[in-house]
Write a protein that binds this ligand. Structure first.
Ligand code: HPA
Length: 273
């Protein structure tokens, strides 16, 4: 199946935004506040790009913002497409492909997740240093796109130098940021307690429903990837409460402030140098 025309979408974004972004930032659930930190932002709704559906999950805004953060040109993506919405690989992967076609050398992913490791309570931030694909979906399934590899290496999915920058910035800002493994599930239902125990046994420190497809596509295109997970709840069976989307959004907003502080300091280090 053919996806959106990537180069055409990138041209539209360039014409409207007027800059070539160096960093593509994807905002997860509840993290929309980061958009307020942008300078000279031009908004382009997903629906303005040929082949792009409108985004539908509440709390996801469904647009690109092109502008600058601390002087560095960025493409900020508010909202994303998930397999659980019924979209195929070409749609889920399209925003990353468009960001790369526009010129972004770095993809900075954020997401909300359920904490599995005991120190990852709601409000904690985790630097994703590896992932496990338990969604069993392949975002690269289908014809090979120009500039992508058929069998991309995934032995270092998240960039070591960029992770070190993130840790330096977090330390200076007194924000706790520990490394860990993100376990990706397809969703949209949250997990059962037995599934969470299985995820823990498999080596996952948090569980979430995004990020991994995008990271895989970015690696296939030779982009550097950095990902930060905002823990919004204890994973099912580990806390006292049931897992609830409203709670996820509320903690996303609280921890989103910390992510915004990190982003302001980090983005200039992630641009082309
Ligand atoms: N599970 C899966 N995805 C999530 C969770 C969770 O507990 N919290 C936020 N996103």
């Amino acid at each position: 199946m053919r996806g959106p025309p990537i180069d055409e979408c990138a041209s539209i974004l360039f014409e409207r935004g007027g800059v070539r972004p160096e960093v593509h930032i994807v905002l997860g659930s509840g993290l929309g506040g980061v958009a307020e930190r942008m300078e000279d932002a031009v908004a382009v709704p997903f629906g303005d790009l040929p082949g792009f559906p409108e985004a539908s999950v509440s709390g996801h805004e469904g647009c690109f913002l092109i502008g600058r953060i601390e002087g560095t040109p960025v493409l900020l993506q508010s909202g994303r497409f998930h397999f659980y919405e019924g979209f195929g690989a070409e749609i889920v992967a399209a925003p990353v492909r468009v960001g790369r076609a526009l010129g972004a050398g770095t993809l900075f992913l954020t997401n909300a997740s359920g904490g599995i490791r005991s120190d990852l309570a709601p409000g904690a931030l985790m630097l994703v240093d590896d992932h496990i694909n338990l969604g069993f979906q392949a975002p690269l399934a289908g014809p090979v796109h120009p500039g992508e590899e058929r069998f991309p290496d995934m032995s270092r999915p998240y960039d070591g130098e960029l992770m070190a920058f993130a840790e330096e910035v977090a330390l200076a800002a007194r924000i706790r940021l520990t490394r860990g493994v993100y376990g990706w599930v397809g969703g949209p239902n949250f997990e059962t307690p037995a599934e969470v125990l299985a995820l823990r046994a498999a080596g996952a420190d948090v569980v979430g429903m995004s990020t991994v497809p995008e990271a895989i596509v970015a690696r296939a295109r030779g982009q550097r990837v950095l990902a930060i997970s905002v823990v919004t709840n204890r994973a099912a069976g580990l806390g006292l409460e049931v897992v609830d989307h409203e709670e996820v959004m509320a903690w996303g907003a609280v921890a989103g402030e910390k992510v915004a502080v990190l982003l302001e300091e980090l983005v200039p280090l992630l641009g082309h140098r």
